[in-house]
Design a protein. Structure first.
Length: 292
């Protein structure tokens, strides 16, 4: 009997509380006040069904623990055999899960389970494509806070399934000073001084710059841990790496696409962050085929 925890990516944490919360919220949204009136009207209560969750395209799977939890929430009598786990690369046509048990519960859970796997596998697959294009470099590809409201933990987990890394989970993770913070605070030096005096020794400080002159000013203060190089072209990123000389971690952001990621990685920056990993991933094509 498969458990959700056994299907998680071995190197990526996803809280069981987050799984339960997401599944209950999604089922509540779908079941409404009266439940699955189609299945109740057309399927005998005692009917059993056998089904396969199949990948209809090649890619990277994520979200299987949520699919399993969805079925089990509706019926503890549903039996599930997993043929892969999250983070696995799959070919089109591969059988991912075998599901059997009460037909009503299986039919009611179908769409919610597919929504989770389709959304999260899409993110994992896109992330893996980005990661492949940076092989041979030290750079890591990261997601951002540009996530679906309420699904951040799940979507960031899917990024890890695809081989990427996570940026901040929220505003309380670390200090990230952006251009508007600098403008309101009165400049780079004042904003960094205030930030450093406010936080404890374990809190990292990152600041965004969009010119080499700003980068020099940040380096002169010695108060930042990470510098975000915003919307810089390849030549400017290369010069930024030369100027920093390893004194701060460098993160590139803006203008990051599948077509540009390899060139950005070649400049020597440490990280690239891209909102596209979560906000622009295409849904992964999965289906449930039932053989009653």
């Amino acid at each position: 009997m498969t458990t959700p925890a056994s299907l998680l990516h071995p190197d990526a944490f996803l809280s069981p509380l987050a799984i339960d919360e997401a599944v209950h919220r999604a089922l509540d949204e779908d079941l409404g006040r009266a439940g699955d009136i189609t299945s109740m009207a057309t399927i005998p209560e005692t009917a059993k069904a056998h089904a396969i969750l199949v990948a209809r395209q090649a890619g990277v799977i994520a979200g299987l623990p949520l699919a399993v939890a969805t079925f089990r929430t509706l019926s503890p009598d549903i039996r599930i055999e997993a043929h892969v786990r999250d983070g696995a690369a799959v070919a089109a046509g591969l059988h991912v899960l075998t599901i059997s048990g009460p037909a009503r519960a299986l039919l009611t859970a179908e769409r919610t389970a597919l929504n989770f796997v389709g959304r999260l596998s899409g993110i994992a697959t896109l992330t893996a494509d980005y990661v492949r294009r940076t092989e041979g470099t030290k750079m890591r590809i990261c997601c951002t806070r540009k996530t679906t409201p309420g699904l951040r933990a799940l979507e960031k987990y899917a990024v890890r399934c695809g081989g990427g890394f996570n940026h901040r989970f929220g505003l309380d993770d670390a200090i990230l000073i952006k251009d508007n913070h600098i403008a309101v605070a009165g400049g780079i030096c004042p904003v960094l001084e205030r930030a450093r005096s406010h936080v404890g020794h374990l809190v990292k400080i990152e600041i965004e710059v969009d010119t080499l002159a700003q980068l020099r000013e940040v380096l002169d203060t010695g108060l930042a841990d990470v510098v975000l190089l915003d919307n810089m072209d390849i030549a400017t990123l290369t010069e930024a790496v030369r100027l920093a000389r390893g004194r701060v971690v460098l993160e590139a952001s803006g203008g990051v696409t599948l077509e540009t990621i390899a060139k950005i990685a070649s400049t020597g920056v440490d990280y690239v962050s891209s909102g596209a990993l979560t906000h622009s991933a295409a849904n992964f094509d999965v289906a449930i085929d039932i053989d009653a």
